[in-house]
Structures are given as C-alpha cells and as structure tokens.
Design a protein around this ligand. Structure first.
Ligand code: ATP
Length: 574
C-alpha cells in the first residue's frame, strides 16, 4: 500500500499546504473581522480601517479559492492512488479466483469494494486534515506568542486538547463501539438474511414467530449498546465545545494580564476560538480512522498474499489437447488433509473419462486443477506434453473448460448467458447447444425465448432449466477438453440419461472428464477413475471395475445384479 501512495506524496503534500492555508485564512478572517468591529466601535477615522476592510475581503475570497484548489488537488491525488489500488486489487481477484476464496461470496466482495474506497477517506479525511491542522496550529500559536506569550501558551494547550487529546478519546470510543457493535450487527444481518431467504421454510415448520422474536431481541440489544456508545460520543463532542470556550477565556485572561490592548485581546480570543475549531475537525477524522484502519488491513492482506506464479509461456494452445496430471497433490490449507494426493490421469482427444467416488473424495478439486483454476502443491499438469505454464494464459479457458461445480447463471437473458461460452455464436449454434442440453422445447414454447431473463443466479428458471442452461453454455464453448461436474444434477433420471448422451455426442472429438454421482450408463465410457480421500483407488472400464472387489463393485454391483442386465436408472450412488 505504501509504495502505491509514495509517488503521489508531493501532490498530497501540496493539498495539505493548501488545506493549512485555508484554515489559516479562516482564522485570520475571523481575527481581522474582530479587529474591524472592535476598532470601529472606537469610531476612528475611516482611513484607519481601510486596510482591515480590504484584508477582510481578500481573506474571504482567498479562503474560498484556497478551499476550492485544496479540494481539487486533494481529490486529484486521492483518486489517482485509488485507481492504482483498485486496479491492483481487482487484478489479484481476477487473476486467481482461489487466491482469496473468502472474498468470493457477494457480501464479502462488496465489503472489499468499500474497503478499497476507504483509501480515499484515509487521504482526504485523515491525512490531509491532520497535516493542515498541525501547520495551522503551529502558525496560530507562533503569532499568539508574539502578541501575548502567556496567551500563546494557553492557546497551544487548548489546541493540543482539541487536536490530540479529544481525537484520541474519540478513537478509543469508536474502537470500543466497533468491537461491541460489529458482532451484534453481523449477527443481526444474519438474522435478516435468514428471515428473508428462509421465509418459506420458517413458515412451513411454524418457526416464523420464534425467528422473529430472536431477531427482535438482537435488534433491541444492538440499539441499547448503540445508544450507550452514542451518548459517550456526544460527551466527547460536548467536551470539544468546552475546550474551545475555556481556551478562548484563558487566552483573553492571559493576554489582558500581559498588558495586551483591548483590541489585541479581542482579536487573539476570537482567533483562538477559530483555531481550536479547526483542530476539533480531527475528532471526526479519528472516528473514521477506526473503520479506515480495518479496511486498509484487509486490502493490504489481499495485496500482500503470495503472488500467483506468473504464466510466462507464449505457446498457443489450440486444436486437439491431451491433458495429463502427473502425481498431482493439492492441499487447501496447511494442516488440512490433502484434497488430492499423487493423482495420475490422462485425458486424450475423444476419450470419455468418468471420475466417481464418495462425497468429499476430491472430484471437483480434480476438475479445478484440470481447468487451471487451482495450482497443485505437488506434481504437474501438462497439455500436449508441456507444462500448462508454457502456454499463453488466455488460450487455456477456450481449450479446457466446461460445467464446473456451482456454475453461476447471470441475471441476464438466456442468449447473454450462453454467449459467455462463445461470444458471437450464431442463433443456430445457440439452438444446437440448447438442444443437446434438452432446453430447446421449453425455449420454443411461448412466452420463453432466447431473450428470456434468467433472474439472479437463474432464480426465474426452474432448477432443471437452470442446470440445462449452464450445461448448454459448456457445450457451446466447444473446448478441446470438456469438463463436466454433475452435469445432470437436478434432472429427472430419464431426462438425465438422454441429456448426458446428447452432450457426449455434441462433444465430438473433445476429451471429456465427467464427475458424477449417477453411476448409470458408465459402460460406454473409456475409463472410470474411483477417487477416495483424494487418491485414485481404482481405475478401469465398467466391466473391469465390476469384476474386481472395491468401492465400484460394492456401489454399482448390487443394482446391476437387481436389474439383471444394467443398473436401474433412478438411484444416485450415495
Ligand atoms: P462432492 O461429491 O460432495 O461434490 P468432491 O468429491 O467433489 O465432493 P471436493 O469438493 O473436491 O470433493 O472436496 C475435496 C476435499 O477438499 C473435501 O474434504 C472438502 O472439504 C475440501 N475442500 C473443497 N473445497 C475447499 C476449499 N475451497 N477450501 C478448503 N477445503 C476445500
């Protein structure tokens, strides 16, 4: 973060100087106006007031101009820094989705967006005002000490109270508020989400009343804590008013005791009020600093996360692709069991490979590694005999892709959702992919059509239509290696078999890796790999696996025997 801000420090310093100038012009304006009023009360000749009158006008105009240029310079510098930070953060997120899995869910992602915006507040609402207040305070105290030394010292004490002690108090209170309120707010937000999204289930189980009562209890607790802490914050604000009053009175007393004239005393007193007022702005900055600090910590963590090894290769990856895993291991986090351990797999053009096994065996992880979305901790992934790193990064998604776990359906039309798979596809190509996924009949029946809006994550479609749409997108992409993670999940058994058969035909000469719990029709596949606890425990054709003892025979065998010839079409494996 620091290195992103460093190039813009001169611009920020300029903005700080302009801000200090603005504050000083404000203090001088009040002091000069006071001089004018007090002196005018003594009824001197008008010529004695001319300079003061001109000075008041000049300071009033100058203050406005300085404020405008300060805002311009400050925002210019802050927005330049923000652009750099934003670009870096988005590049990190986009470059490697698995780098920050915690940021992938909507609320955390949107929090990250506001975290990045906090950089702007750091510069404009904390750094620049703090620098400006310090400069203005030093200048004001210097002038006051020259006129009345004791009054100057009283002003210095008031400025320290207003610009250091009260902001420190406000910071401590705001931190306490954040510590106490944040968990309550988070819990309340969870209640709100549960009540909103779970409304049907709560009603079905007669639990709406209890859930509402729990949420109301949490809301009451939250508002009690917030009220108490808000009262403490108001006390700090009131202390600010007290500090400016006491400082002004002390300055007046010391100035008079130091035999300053009545006019000088009035000018010093009002000037002191204005100077303290300028420093009290830091109380707000201190409160904001609490939120900014947390935001900056999260952004810095993301930027500091180890960089993805850069794919430097420039080989094109086109045409038929043979994909191979060689002793590939994956561990999601240190201390966790391996999600994949020493896995070997070969996917040749035109070959159909099924990956089966119990839940949590590592099947989806295997597909993510094949798709280049997850770098293995050990072993290597090759395409046509070369490490994936040797190829142009942009070529990989077109060559190896498909329907991965939890595919997202965008809040856009069916056509736009499909176009993601192949931008610029013709209607004929769209229709062919939709036909393979078994969605064409629905789409051709009014009112549906290619321009039907799918809704947020396909919410306006049925579960089956949503799945078929995601599948059609994978087919339309027409990659050299098609990855399918539970492609027929949510479809009725007969439709599932038909759709899978059509998709395999549509895949043509592409290699296909199919992850499935539906252990039906696997006899037509070239290779079946059984994963368990991240390791391949069996591999072979359907007939070979049925002939040997193991998970496959234990799971599929009884149904094959019951059916007589082939497994029934309606039971998932586990
Ligand atoms: P299922 O058939 O239930 O979909 P799977 O065979 O596809 O399971 P994976 O999703 O590959 O299994 O998960 C393998 C292991 O890795 C599991 O123990 C899982 O808890 C863990 N795992 C998967 N994704 C993550 C992740 N993002 N972070 C941490 N652990 C993960």
């Amino acid at each position: 973060m620091k290195e992103l801000i460093r190039p813009y420090l001169p611009r920020l310093a300029g903005a700080g100087l302009l801000a200090a100038g603005t504050e000083l012009a404000g203090v001088a304006l009040l002091a000069t106006a006071t001089f004018l009023l007090v002196r005018a009360a003594q009824q001197p000749p008008l010529s004695a007031l001319t300079v003061a009158i001109v000075a008041v006008r000049a300071l009033a105009i100058g203050r406005g101009t300085l404020r405008y240029t300060e805002r311009l310079a400050g925002h210019d510098a802050a927005l330049r820094v923000l652009t750099e930070v934003r670009a870096r953060v988005y590049a990190r997120l986009a470059a490697r989705p698995d780098t920050a899995p915690a940021y992938r869910s909507g609320d955390l992602l949107s929090r990250l967006v506001s975290d990045v915006d906090a950089v702007q507040d750091l510069l404009l609402r904390c750094a620049v005002p703090a620098g400006a207040a310090a400069l203005a305070a030093i200048a004001a105290v210097s002038v006051a000490v020259l006129v009345a030394p004791a009054g100057g010292l009283a002003l210095a004490a008031g400025l320290v109270a207003a610009g250091v002690v009260l902001p420190a108090l406000a910071f401590a209170l705001a931190r306490r508020t954040a510590d106490r309120v944040a968990p309550l707010r988070a819990a309340f937000a969870v209640d709100a989400v549960d009540l909103t999204y779970g409304v049907a289930d709560l009603a079905a189980y007669g639990a709406t009343g209890a859930a509402l009562a729990a949420a109301a209890g949490r809301a009451a607790e939250l508002s009690t804590v917030e009220r108490r802490l808000a009262a403490a914050a108001q006390a700090v604000d009131a202390a600010g008013v007290l500090v400016s009053g006491v400082t002004a009175a002390a300055v007046a007393v010391f100035a008079l005791r130091g035999h300053a004239s009545g006019v000088a005393t009035a000018v010093l007193t009002v000037g002191a009020l204005a100077a303290v007022e300028a420093c009290l702005g830091l109380v707000g900055s201190a409160r904001r600093w609490v939120e900014i600090r947390a935001s900056l910590r999260r952004v810095s963590e993301l930027l500091r996360a180890p960089e993805e090894p850069e794919r430097t290769g420039d080989l094109p990856l086109a045409g038929p692709v043979t994909l191979a895993l060689e002793r590939v291991s994956v561990r999601y986090a240190a201390g966790h069991p391996a999600a994949l351990s020493t896995v070997d797999l070969l996917v040749q053009p035109g070959h159909r490979v099924a990956v089966v096994g119990p839940s949590g065996a590592g099947k989806s992880t295997l597909l993510r590694v094949l798709a280049g979305l997850l770098d293995p901790d050990g072993g290597r992934v090759t395409a046509n005999g070369r490490d994936l790193a040797a190829y142009r990064r942009a070529d990989l998604p077109a060559a190896v892709t498909g329907l991965l776990a939890d595919a997202h359906v965008f809040h856009a039309s069916v056509r736009e959702n499909l176009a993601l798979g192949r931008p610029g596809a013709t209607d004929a190509q769209l229709r062919a992919a939709l036909a393979a996924a078994g969605l064409l009949d629905w789409l051709d029946a009014p009112p549906a059509g290619l321009d039907t809006i799918a809704g947020e994550d396909g919410g306006l479609l049925s579960g089956g239509q949503r799945q078929r749409l995601a599948l059609a997108r994978a087919v339309l992409a027409d990659p050299a290696v098609l990855l399918l993670d539970e492609p027929t999940e949510g479809l009725d058994p007969h439709a599932a078999d038909r759709v899978l058969a059509d998709v395999l035909v549509a895949a043509g000469t592409a290699g296909v890796v199919l992850v499935t719990h539906r252990l039906v029709g696997l006899e037509s596949l070239d290779d079946i790999v059984v994963l368990d606890c991240g390791a391949i425990v069996q591999r072979g054709t359907h007939a070979q696996l049925l002939a040997e003892p193991g998970w496959y025979r234990d799971t599929v065998g009884p149904r094959v025997r019951r059916a007589g010839v082939r497994a029934p079409a309606d039971a998932p494996a586990d």
